[in-house]
Design a protein around this ligand. Sequence first.
Ligand code: MLT
Length: 410
Amino acid sequence: MAQINDNYFKLQAGYLFPEIGRRVREFQKEHPQADIIKMGIGDVTQPLTPFIIRAFHEGVEEMSKIETFKGYGPEQGYDFLREAIAKNDYQNRGADIHADEIFVSDGSKCDTGNILEIFGMNNVIAMQDPVYPVYVDTSVMAGRTGEYLGNGYYDGLVYLPCNAENGFIPEIPKKKVDIVFLCYPNNPTGTTAGKPELKKWVDYAIKNKTIILYDSAYEAYISDPEIPHSIYEIEGAKKVAIEFRSFSKTAGFTGTRCAYTVIPKNLVASSSDGSDKPLYPLWFRRHTTKFNGVSYPVQKAAAAIFTPEGKKEVRATINYYMNNAKILRESLAKLGFHVFGGVNAPYVWVNSGRQIKSWELFDKLLHEAYVVGTPGSGFGPSGEGYFRFSSFATHESVLKAMERLGNLKW
Ligand code: MLT
């Protein structure tokens, strides 16, 4: 008889966001009149902007004519997009990344989940706590952890607590780890790491031959010029880091799907014969074997964000969301919450300042204010007591949600 992958039985409940969706649907069924405001999953609400949608239409139009029709594209992405990424996202910031080190994909969720395939099974993997749950769950599915320990942690993973005391930047681990996931601007806490903090991690990685998996999906929300957008802005990072970026939150592509992963050609890890081997050819092999590329019109639309018109439009949408973040921060602080993040990131991370657990607060807000956020404990045990608000909602709904929270009885 066929055997199933028992590792799936170790997973706890459903994936966080579908689980929230399920609870919200159940509540809505029982209260059909409830006008629920959703600030849970970080999903964008503003449409693709005019210049970007025009490029998208042009791409579609080209597919309708024999002279310009495209079949399979290059699996790693069209050169026009990879070159625009290398120039705008890296070289213009002094990071020496080349177009052929970029792999265009359909999402950072998939890439951060799949990247471990090119690493051996005995690596010690570390991740922040709280953390984007994809890193944990995909490690569990692939059998890279031991059993669930019953306290929010899996055996075999190294958790790096991020809390108000350490400014949501984890301490360098005492134990040597082989792979570490770092995410800045951080999901879920909305906090950022400066160059000195990231330099410590790069130095640690160089010293210990650790690979940093750097998720920078929210970099477009950074406005402080002192905060790096890429790990490659840190000296030495090209020798130790893989970076993930996404057009989802940058330009409203959550439904359109486009992202990319950077693997520098000189990045190496150890093979079982003890020699250092480059990771680039492995990911190249994996990507070209398992993926057939992002659709041409989507890549055309993605490239349009690097034009002067595209940049202007994308900036306006980001400003719209960051104005929401400001309203969230100010309103929640007035209501007695301890507020973090939301300055160079679209997530506002709060502690209610009251004796209430994250899921209890979720239920209270849903039942009494018809407002949905994300319980901090869903991102890991260090998130207990915290709650995440996403600023990707519409401006009107953010105002309405904050008014409702102001009327809550505690
Ligand atoms: C989130 O809400 O954390 C994100 O939307 C999830 C994602 O990007 O997959």
